[in-house]
Design a protein around this ligand. Structure first.
Ligand code: HEM
Length: 475
């Protein structure tokens, strides 16, 4: 009898939790609970966040709160008000949510996780002289991988086929892996191609891992691929002869000093591999003309390493690619109640325990008021008619500080930005100067974007495009 009463009470409580809805106070952003108890908008959000948030923006305006799997997430889509969020690290916390993802995706809990120390170390290793050394090494690895792939081609004079996204991802991933993690040395013979192949499988399941929505079969694959990657990464960063970058060796050392065991160290390495590997998907036209003015001698070394030649056309084309394809959520945990001052003059109260999310992809990046015909790729969108960099973009008559935000902004903006840009510049330069490359079907349509990846960094295509490539003999 007692059990019956207890289960009834528990059932009623559960039901109450499921159907209870929060009500909005006057000073809070518009609230949208969705119709499904507890889940709220989780399904629509997960399927295509860009479509869902655009619909909410039309319904509620630039700021609103939605219920997502029991959590309340306030979404801010007014770029003129982003600074109020990005510069407040007291009420808004960057690390809580990052730690939740670390656990869900990498099964990683660091006992003495200290993001300040980690970030300081990374900033030091990805700037100044250290950055030049990394850029140099990256260039060497890109060159030798490209040469290897040319030698592997059966036919040196005729066309070989590949797939565009796979070709770019594989080359950049392996060169980046060799630069940061090593892999050619005696005690670290891990083949970067093995890591790439396992990593692609892992990457395909990553968004589902982050949302805890893996099906049983997918979960089995995810766990086994993750285990394999931990094994492959095991030698990285261990001593000078691992061939790894000083940053990774220092990072390992830091973990060891904190008493982190070997198994957890490998998990942390996979997290670092993920945070340093972002695929790029670039279309290039006028860039070849700009790059063709580097002399043969130049091309071997310095301009690609230390930016001695300005490359405004390339810079604009990359900015435009990232405007269209970089779609991260910038998420903060509200750790103490906050009044958010909007640029338009209105104030909104944010509740402690809620999450705050900026989605610069919708605005500024795809905002038609800021960028005309935002769906179109215009390589010269960020160039003035005189060829200099264009920085004047407006919304509501206001000149914008952030008119595209692929790297985030404020206190937590991307530490690896300069390394990433330099690697992409080198990659594009080498491919355009060493290879002739064309679509197998000139009429082929761009594959659709994988909509479930909105919010998780750079977008990826659903499918790929067949390409033909052959060595460029003029080089
Ligand atoms: C195309 C390539 C990349 C893009 C688009 C990108 C984008 C971003 C963005 C948007 C953030 C801000 C997140 C936030 O405020 O919530 C960020 C942070 C960060 N990025 Fe990148 N990133 C790229 C490549 C890299 C690389 C190559 C590295 C390392 C070598 C790196 C290391 C980091 C780190 C450590 C942070 C956190 C900064 C902090 O703790 O304050 N990123 N990145």
């Amino acid at each position: 009898m007692v059990w019956l009463i207890l289960s009834l009470v528990a059932g009623i409580l559960l039901l109450l939790i499921l159907v209870s809805k929060r009500t909005r106070s006057e000073k809070e952003p518009p609230l949208d609970n969705g119709v499904i108890p507890w889940l709220g908008h989780a399904l629509e959000f997960g399927m295509d966040a860009a479509k869902f948030l655009t619909r909410m923006k039309v319904k509620h305006g630039d700021i609103f709160t939605v219920r997502v799997a029991g959590r309340y997430v306030t979404v801010l889509l007014d770029p003129c008000s982003y600074n109020a969020v990005l510069e407040d690290s007291v009420s808004l916390d960057f690390t809580c949510y990052a730690q939740i993802l670390m656990d869900r995706i990498f099964s990683l809990q660091l006992p003495c996780y200290n993001p300040v120390v980690e970030k300081k170390m990374m900033t030091q290793h990805f700037n100044g002289k250290s950055l030049s050394l990394l850029n140099n090494l990256m260039l060497r690895h890109l060159q030798s991988l490209l040469l290897q792939s040319q030698r592997a081609c059966h036919n040196q004079t005729d066309w070989n086929t590949d797939r565009l996204f796979n070709f770019c991802y594989s080359l950049l991933f392996r060169a980046g892996y060799l630069t940061l993690f090593g892999g050619e040395q005696n005690n670290n013979r891990t083949d970067p191609t093995d890591v790439y192949e396992e990593y692609r499988k892992f990457d395909q399941l990553l968004t589902k891992m982050a949302r805890s929505t893996l099906k049983p079969e997918e979960k089995r694959t995810a766990l086994s691929v993750r285990g394999r990657l931990w094994e492959l990464l095991a030698p990285a960063g261990l001593g000078e002869d691992s061939g790894s970058s000083p940053w990774l060796r220092n990072y390992r050392h830091l973990l060891q000093e904190e008493g982190v065991d070997e198994e957890t160290q490998r998990r942390a390495l996979l997290l670092q591999l993920w945070s340093t590997q972002t695929p790029e998907n670039i279309a290039m036209r006028a860039v070849r003309r700009e790059f063709s003015c580097f002399s043969e001698q130049d091309s071997a070394q310095l301009p690609l390493v230390d930016r001695q030649h300005p490359t405004p056309v390339f810079d604009s084309a990359l900015e435009e690619t990232l405007r269209l394809k970089a779609a991260p959520f910038i998420t903060r945990e509200v750790v103490q109640a906050k009044t958010l001052h909007m640029a338009g003059g209105r104030d909104y109260q944010l509740r402690r325990g809620d999450r705050l999310c900026l989605f610069p992809f919708i605005s500024p990046q795809m905002d038609p008021e800021i960028h005309q015909e935002p769906q179109k790729f215009k390589y010269n969108r960020f160039l003035n008619p005189d060829g200099s960099e264009k920085k004047d973009f407006f919304k509501g008559g206001r000149r914008l500080q952030c008119y595209t935000m692929p790297w985030g902004a404020g206190t937590n903006s991307c530490v690896g930005k300069h390394f990433a840009i330099s690697s992409i510049r080198q990659f594009v330069y080498l491919v355009l100067t060493h290879l002739d490359l064309e679509l197998c079907d000139p009429e082929a349509q761009m594959p659709k974007v994988n909509a479930s990846r909105y919010g998780f960094g750079v977008l990826q295509p659903e499918g790929d495009l067949d390409i033909r490539l052959k060595p460029r003999h003029s080089h």
